[in-house]
Design a protein around this ligand. Structure first.
Ligand code: NDP
Ligand code: GDR
Length: 339
């Protein structure tokens, strides 16, 4: 019998890669999709299947803040595994929308746990909570591992700490299989365009083909432990296949600055980042996380998981992908209809 999974945040970067992975493994995959006035399903278009043809992928309208509808859905589809990836996931935006961020990231996670608790009285369900290295915040130890204390620096990070502890609390209180993946930054050609890596690769491609002249960034000195999203969704799956529920750091174990990433990307296109990058204070944050560096040894020893894509390869994949997009944009712009 194939397993059934529910993914919240299926239209996001990680949700789309995870859906692909689970479909490859023979799962029936259900995804929660927010209603919007435009299509938000570009990242999963290639795996979408007609509802009339017994699809393995099914989408449902819903929102993490609507706990009743979420519970109804979970009780209806009775998933074996729930991956809670849905979130207002932009740290800078969380300073502008702190209450909304807490509602989706914090209360949303609690709604998922409550729905799973009710299902758990009928059949065992395994819950994955998308926890974040941002929880370490103004870090108290380097590198950061599962026992490093949290010291959050943003409304987003505070909400993720709340969700982390609720996940542990449900595990202990109700004997549920509920696990946290504490994931360090992971990027890809599907990364949202306002996160710094993708902002850089998109701009570099456009600069290369003459569509843009400058790239405005904030703090270039922040250090991040960046991996490739495809590797990380494999880790999420492994966390839920483990014999017991637990919390795991997924990271590469290497940290570099935003400046280093920009250097790599522009160099890939034979450009010097210093000719194009300018600082705009509007991208500074009220509080910054200066240094993240994960210690993934527990995941390596317990789950056999390791990041397999280094930063140079990640930068190359994203840069070449975004150069192709820029070329298409330039081509479309140069096209002049004759009639
Ligand atoms: P994205 O921002 O790419 O995707 C977020 C997803 O959540 C989207 O599908 C979005 O839907 C959905 N969503 C937002 N608000 C709601 C809501 N109220 N109800 C239901 N769905 C909602 O994030 P990523 O894929 O990068 O990250 C996945 C998860 O992992 C997030 O929880 C993030 O906080 C966490 N995380 C990410 C890391 C990373 O480096 N990428 C590292 C550590 C943790 P829509 O498409 O409609 O906007
Ligand atoms: P982060 O990712 O905050 O680490 O959260 P982001 O790419 O937004 O920022 C990384 C670092 O780059 C600096 N920075 C800029 N950031 C953005 N977005 N735009 C800029 O112009 C810019 N200039 C410099 C930031 O100050 C920061 O130090 C991501 C998200 O995916 C979270 O959901 C996730 O939990 C964490 O990673 C782990």
């Amino acid at each position: 019998m194939s397993k059934t999974a529910l993914i919240t945040g299926i239209t996001g970067q990680d949700g789309s890669y995870l859906a692909e992975l689970l479909l490859e493994k023979g799962y029936q995959v259900h995804g929660l999709v927010r209603r919007s006035s435009t299509f938000s399903t570009q990242r999963i278009e290639h795996i979408y299947q007609d509802v009339h043809e017994h699809p393995q992928l099914l989408l449902h309208y819903g929102d993490l803040t609507d706990g009743q509808a979420l519970t109804n859905l979970v009780l209806e589809i009775e998933p074996d595994e729930v991956y809670n990836l849905g979130a207002q996931s932009h740290v800078r935006v969380s300073f502008d929308q702190p209450v909304y961020t807490l509602q989706t990231v914090g209360v949303g996670a609690l709604n998922v746990l409550e729905a799973a608790r009710l299902l758990n009285t009928k059949k065992q369900v395994r819950v994955y909570q998308a926890s974040s290295s941002e929880m370490y915040g103004d870090v108290l130890a380097v590198p950061q591992c599962e026992t490093t204390p949290f010291n959050p620096q943003s409304p987003y990070a505070c909400a993720k700490v709340f969700a982390f502890h609720q996940t542990v609390n449900y595990r202990r209180s109700y004997d549920m299989f509920a696990s946290n993946g504490i994931l360090f930054n992971h990027e890809s050609e599907r990364r949202g365009e306002t996160f710094v890596t993708r902002k850089i690769t998109r701009a570099a491609g456009r600069i290369k083909v003459g569509l843009q002249h400058k790239l405005y960034l904030g703090n270039l000195d922040a250090k991040r432990d960046w991996g490739y999203a495809k590797d990380y969704v494999e880790g999420m799956w492994r966390i839920l296949q483990h014999s017991e529920p637990d919390d795991f750091v997924l990271a590469t174990g290497r940290t570099e600055t935003v400046r280093d990433f920009a250097k790599l990307v522009f160099a890939e296109l034979d450009l010097d980042y210093e000719d194009y990058v300018e600082i705009d204070p509007r991208y500074f944050r009220p509080a910054e996380v200066d240094l993240l560096l994960g210690d993934p040894s527990k995941a390596k020893h317990t789950l056999g998981w390791e990041a397999s894509t280094d930063l140079e390869e990640l930068a190359r994949i994203m840069t070449l992908h975004d150069l192709e997009i820029a070329k298409r944009e330039a081509h479309a712009k140069s096209f002049v209809p004759t009639k």
